[in-house]
Structures are given as C-alpha cells and as structure tokens.
Design a protein around this ligand. Structure first.
Ligand code: AP5
Length: 225
C-alpha cells in the first residue's frame, strides 16, 4: 500500500487546523478532524452531537468510545485506503492511540508519521481568544492578523464568521489543563516508537509549514505535486 499517513499532535491553538489545511493539499491525503466532525454533529443535532455538546462547551474531552467509533468508521473508507489520512485532533488519550494502532493493523495501513507542534501556553491563549471561524467553509482566521470578527462575511466563501463556544477564556484554561494531563503523554508514547517529529510551532504559519516540510523531507516524505 503506497499511502502516507500523518497524525498532527499539539495543544489547543497550536495550529493543527491551520497546518492541516495546507498539508492535505501538498501531500494529497484525506483530512480527518475529530473536532470538525463533532462540531458538525452538534450543528446537525445528531445523537452523537447531543452526547458531545456539553463536554465540548466545557472544554472537556468527549468520551473515548464515541470518538474512537467515528474515527474507526471513517478510516475504512475508500479515499483514505487509497490516499492516506491526516488525523487532526486524534488521538488525544493513550486509549485512543491504542485503538488507532489496532485499527491501522486491522486495515493494513502504513504506520503514521506523528508531527507534534509545540507552543507555549501564553501564546496559545492569545491565538485562541482571537480565533474566528467560517460556518460555511470552515476557514480559520485570527482577529488581529486577518481583521475579521464574528458577524462578518467570510472573505473566501461569504459564509458567516463566528467565535467557537469553547474559545471563551474559562473553557480555554480547562482545555489546556486537559491537554497537559491527558494528551501530552502521547509525545512520549510516539517518541518511544520512533515515529515522532518535533516542530516548534511558535513561528508564523508559513515558517511552521517550512519546518514541517523540512522535517518530513528528512524522513524521505515528499509532496505529491
Ligand atoms: P478541536 O477542534 O480538535 O480543538 P483543539 O485541539 O482544541 O484545537 P484547536 O482547533 O482549538 O486548535 P488548532 O491547533 O487546530 O489551532 P488553529 O489552527 O485553529 O477539538 C474541540 C473539542 O472537541 C475538544 O475540546 C473536545 O471536546 C472535542 N474533541 C475533539 N477531538 C477529540 C478527541 N480525539 N477525543 C475527545 N474529544 C475530542 O489555530 C488557532 C488560532 O491561531 C487561529 O486563529 C489561527 O489563525 C492562529 N494560528 C495558527 N497558527 C498560527 C501561527 N503559527 N502563528 C500565529 N497564529 C496562528
């Protein structure tokens, strides 16, 4: 199987979504963001959305069994089997990482390269409080850098710009604390397997992209174009 698979790790606001938008184009892989899937489920009022909403708004993780279920279903789809996947926001616990390893084995998928974006908490807080998103195309903006605010029209698709419910200061501090307790142990987990690429994510988006490309190229992973 010639597919290349990626996992993007990092705290809330590290730039996973921002880098994912570009990586999926440059490396021709399928983007799977558990955050986006869960937000769509909430917006559509599905059973999953109803179960996930309170956890998400409070900045807590959604229970493992729910998230593992949606990712496992998605991985077996034909587009991922052919092109490979970029997982953004999954796994987030050791139990999720173990379940992912089982799913990869069962589906005979190539092991993933794990890109960890590290950024100090004070920078994350500034990024998250200023983040604005488009309800139409999902584009990610920042109040200071892009000059768009909630209620404006998206410069790309004309959709409504909004602020995520979990980008309030109280929810952000809970998300950072959950990250340090439950997700950061994955750095050691993947480092011990030799699959981790460490990237300082505190530079500008194009600089971070260049660092990621350089690290992937050093591992023999080339862009698809
Ligand atoms: P999710 O949507 O995955 O949120 P997150 O991990 O908290 O990550 P974010 O989307 O907040 O940040 P990001 O790293 O993508 O940063 P972004 O590129 O947007 O999850 C949301 C919730 O869903 C979770 O809290 C949980 O409840 C639930 N959930 C999801 N997955 C789950 C799982 N596996 N298990 C259980 N529950 C799960 O950038 C942020 C801002 O910074 C933007 O404004 C951007 O423009 C700006 N920015 C980005 N990069 C840079 C840069 N280099 N320099 C300056 N500004 C930058």
């Amino acid at each position: 199987m010639s597919q290349t698979n990626f996992i993007l790790l990092g705290p809330p606001g590290a730039g996973k979504g921002t880098q994912a938008e570009r990586l999926v184009t440059d490396y021709c892989v399928v983007h799977v963001s558990t955050g986006d899937m869960l937000r769509a489920a909430v917006a559509n009022g599905t059973d999953l959305g109803l179960k996930a909403k309170a956890h998400m708004d409070a900045g807590e993780l959604v229970p493992d069994a729910l998230v593992i279920g949606i990712v496992s279903d998605r991985l077996s789809s034909e587009d991922i089997q052919r092109n490979g996947v970029l997982l953004d926001g999954f796994p987030r616990t050791i139990a999720q990482a173990d379940a992912l390893a089982d799913a990869f084995k069962e589906l005979a998928m190539n092991p993933a390269v794990v890109v960890n974006l590290s950024v100090p908490d004070e920078v994350l807080l500034r990024r998250l409080t200023g983040r604005r998103m488009c309800r139409g195309c999902g584009a990610i903006f920042h109040l200071d850098r892009d000059g768009v605010d909630a209620g404006d029209k998206c410069p790309s698709c004309g959709g409504e710009i909004y602020q995520r419910a979990d980008d309030r200061v109280e929810a952000i501090s809970e998300r950072l604390s959950v990250y340090h307790k439950q997700t950061s142990p994955l750095i050691e987990y993947y480092s011990a397997q030799g699959s981790l690429v460490q990237i300082d994510g505190s530079a500008t988006p194009p600089e971070v992209a260049e660092r990621v490309d350089g690290a992937l190229s050093a591992k023999g992973i080339r862009k698809c174009g």
